[in-house]
Design a binder for this molecule. Structure first.
Ligand code: APR
Length: 225
């Protein structure tokens, strides 16, 4: 059985908590140009537009979203797997805090966190549950053109893992979309769990199709037996 597991999650894991995904019908980027709200240039050009986009998402997260069965199962899986001596790392592209609230501990938010703000002059990071205005504090979010967080740690974990699982991510955004190739190159087994076949499906050894709230437990449960 597997000893070292890395799991990557994307917007699909939070979709059933009511948080929109980015691509596809009704997605966050539909009707919204990425360059207008999710780049450093956009923040320089029109900080209020950018702040308002993230203010609305932050409010939605705090007022309406709860961890779903997939977040909860991942946290429970981690607890039981690590208790038995396994190595586990959950890497999320999501900026929501639903994995945190579900109880995940070995967790990296590679694209930042909506509930944190970063000072644009000192780089200091603080908790943020309120709306932001102006340019002194920006959302602690990795925008397009910026380098994702903790990449060294992530690459090290993928290089030595024996199972890599990607859940609810379309495989369009690098470097996360390239993790599966790295895992393959070091001989780990690779599995994709997604609502539908994605752009990246053919790059995985195995595919589990279905909503994350059902398919995550369905697949991971077998590894605990
Ligand atoms: N269960 C499982 N998968 C789902 C579900 C669900 N209930 N609902 C949607 N999905 C799948 C979609 O089929 C799609 O493949 O989740 C994926 C979501 O893809 P994207 O919207 O592209 O989200 P993600 O891959 O996380 O985007 C990566 O892009 O815009 C940036 O920084 C942003 O972190 C984000 C990155």
């Amino acid at each position: 059985m597997y000893q070292k597991i890395v799991i990557l999650t994307g917007a699909g894991v939070s979709a059933e908590s009511g948080l929109g995904t980015f691509r596809g019908k009704g997605g966050l980027w539909e009707g919204q140009r990425v360059e207008d709200v999710a780049t450093p240039q956009a923040f320089l050009r029109n900080p209020e537009l950018v702040q308002n986009f993230y203010n609305a998402r932050r409010r939605m997260l705090l007022e309406q979203a709860q961890p779903n069965e997939a977040h909860l199962f991942l946290a429970e899986f981690e607890r039981r797997f690590t208790e038995n001596g396994g190595d586990f790392l959950l890497v999320t592209q999501n900026v929501d805090d639903l994995h945190d609230r579900a109880g995940s501990k070995h967790l990296i938010h590679m694209h930042g966190e909506l509930l944190k703000a970063r000072c644009t002059s000192s780089g200091k990071i603080k908790t943020c549950r309120e709306d932001l205005t102006g340019t002194q504090w920006r959302p602690h979010i990795v925008w397009f053109g910026e380098v994702p967080l903790e990449m060294e740690r992530i690459y090290r974990a993928i290089e030595k893992c024996d199972l890599f699982v990607a859940i609810g991510t379309s495989g369009h955004v690098y470097p996360a979309a390239g993790f599966v190739e790295l895992a393959m190159s070091t001989c780990s087994h690779t599995v994709e769990i997604n609502l539908e076949t994605s752009a990246a499906s053919s790059r995985f050894h195995e595919q589990v199709i279905g909503p994350a709230t059902v398919s995550v437990a369905q697949y991971l449960q077998k590894l605990l037996l």
